[in-house]
Design a protein around this ligand. Sequence first.
Ligand code: ZN
Length: 177
Amino acid sequence: MTKTDDKSYKMDTVEELLAHSMTMETEAAERYREIAEAMEVHNNPEVAQLFHQLAGYADKHASEMEERAKDLTLPHIAPWDFIWEDGDSPEAADGFQTHYKMTPYHVLQLALNVEQGAYDFYQKISNDSTQPDVKKMAAEFAEEESEHVALLQGWVGRYPKPDAHWDEDLDPPMMHE
Ligand code: ZN
């Protein structure tokens, strides 16, 4: 694995790829469940359901990866050595801390960025790797992510962007009568 200045992701082994992707999917599932719970609290069962579904896809993806990894020895990668350098994996979505005041529009945008980021990540690995088995596996993962992107694109249109003041008085915590 080589980090290069132009942000190309050179992975040489499927073990490296799996070590990264399993972490990504596990983090994604956790974050999606947090959002699902927040949407339940805010009486949006429909969006909550979608996020439970997305969490389920991430679980499924992670267990498929575990299956592929079971006879391999994955490298132990310290958090600071993961190929993404900002500390959060592409699928972990920054900003989920503020979800209590997020609208369906916002959480859907966030999820779309997450899934698009995951797609780009795998696609780039597939393009940049010189190893056929890494290219092939990353391309398969990218294909699955593109399905999640398409699913979310269908949802985003259902929830119009709230007006500019959406965050000023949107059901802040501790203010319920
Ligand atoms: Zn995904």
